[in-house]
Ligand binder design. Sequence first.
Ligand code: ACM
Length: 750
Amino acid sequence: MKLYHFLTVSFLTVILYSCSSKQDANVSYTVNLGIIPAPNNVLDKNKTSALKDVKIALQSQMNPDFYQQLISDIQGVSLVDQSKANVILTEFKNLEKEGYQLTIENDKIEISAGSSTGFQYGLTSLIQMVQHHGFPLPQVVIEDSPKFRYRGMHLDVARHFFGVADVKKYLDYMAYYKFNNFHWHLTEDQGWRIEIKKYPNLQEIAAYRKETLIGHYNDQPHKFDGKRYGGFYTQEEVKEIVAYATDRNINVIPEIEMPGHAQAAIAAYPELGCENKKYEVATKWGVFEDVFCPNEVTFTFLEDVMDEVITLFPGKYIHIGGDECPKEAWKKSAFCQNLIKKQNLKDEHGLQSYFIQRMEKYINSKGKQIIGWDEILEGGLAPNATVMSWRGIEGGLEAARQDHDVIMTPGTHCYFDHYQSESPDEPVAIGGYTTVEKVYHWEPIPDSLAEDKRKYILGGQSNLWSEYIKAYSGVEYMVYARGMAMSEALWSSNKDYTAFLPRYMKHNDYWKSKGANMAFHVYDLKPMVDAGKGQPVSISFMIPEGTEVQYSVNGGASQKMDTQKPLDITENGNYAFTAGKDGRNGKPLLLDFDLHKATSATLTLEHDAAKQYAGNGPGSIINGIKGSDEKYGGTEWLGFDGVDAIGILDFGKPTEINNVNFRFFKGEGQWIYLPKSIEVFGSEDGKTFTSLKKISEIATSTKIASINIDIKNNQTRYLKFIATNYGTIPEGSQGAGHKAWLFVNEVVVK
Ligand code: ACM
């Protein structure tokens, strides 16, 4: 129950003390310096500085516009001539490129760094201190450098287009939190967004779609808005953005998708596809079968595109996509089948590998390196490729084992298009559930990776796919809160969520004061409902130290919850819980408990739910709360990855069972399928089970299939159920070839 303990602080103090050479100083990390990401070594002298303002003289290589903008709304910081400065910038070449030392003394401040990046980060920390700590500043020595050298943020500008001013805002946000790589997702099925002068149809045709899907992809039937939509960046605009990023020491990585997610380009130049037909820019989301044909026309096109792209981006990397490329068109194409034979390839995956390797060779010949999504492992990795692991961490681990560089960006922690709250009034998102806290605790290098391979994990990245984000205010909502947590996950070695929260509050207020559309969910309660253990259902919360929780039942009086112990749920009805601290509250958590015969039974599952969709353990599916009708992430639904959902309920004694109701989630766009069948069995001894009923036709026109099984008056101590996984996802569907997910909640026994 008491979750964030003081141990962390004292442990940290020991670490910092041991790092310090100044024996007289009192080292402490309890002071809230206001800096995000938290610096790695802070020596707090427990004295305040007499300085009443901060006057910075920039060095010649620093862009005054950037710094002017950074300090524009902060009292007490100014840019001045050298003679008036009280902040001394000292070159110290021995510091690593992104590292800095910031020393605040009684009457002056010194920042040492070995590069313009180090100075930028030192100044950013100082400016954040003035902003979020204020005067008097504490006398501290901060020695700081990042945990990971790659700290990325991705933005999809293809599903929805964000203009130059918006991208600049994104870059400002990145700079403020010391991110150093902007992954610019420029081409997609739904739009091509970068001007390529040699191919005008990309601007005239591929940059626009005739209309756009309304609502969520899983809402059936699909409806469209009937409005032409699109846009692209001219090469002058691209240069402007790259220069803006460079001024902030941010590298820009353009992504030109191939061989899949290319329908817009193929609509503009149909000879790039495998079939002789009319193609159109996609109007809905998903994965499309019309992919680049690996013919010479395509390679010439892509090499020409690269020639122009490479001149615009000074950085080392070009991202070539490589994800989600269905192989249907290649299977049907005589040309592709011949090419497979001619090149002695195993199959279409070999052809994908051939495609990527050929483009890698070209890009390498121009002095650049490729990055690809983890599908580029299939059929053999291109020799110099860096792998971006998104479908989990396995692709990244495999690439590292093969001595390839890796950027970790698993959907579970890094996809900011996922929901961040279980509140039903959240703006529509693709799915999932990724909170600020979950992002905060993310570790890009899993324990399972061998010591000698860890160096290949360059860092991590958040991704923002924009299917459901139409305007920049949506970007702010999805990114700005979780981005702070991500910055600390990628920078700070000594993470402590309890120490992060007060800083987070200050930063949240700052962005709000600038008009940003901030999501504020850190006090939203995540219920831990304990069930399935043969005891009454109870609820507790994982909350930061000092948080208070109030609750009411069925609209009755509000009472303070004793958060030191779980609260037993003994009556049915609507429960409302609200958490808060210092006058800030989270959204009320509304839970409708409908206790039934299984809620106090013991549940054993044959296969565990997948780690990322494990709710609060197996009992989540018999705890008396129905999972959301709209979202499968969160604490109620259990997600089974490619396996059957098989459970045995033990009621403790023979019990009359009349009816069992199962709810399943359908979200085929997210690879979630209904089960093929559901069967229930009874048993007296838990060993020999007799089938009571089987249902094989399971369908729904909504996202939820609610399946009722009547088994009147059956006296049974044990009840077993088997919901059979759909199996392999068929060709032509999203996730084709992968095993389907099966999501269950709730199993109601009456
Ligand atoms: C991806 O999310 N398709 C990389």
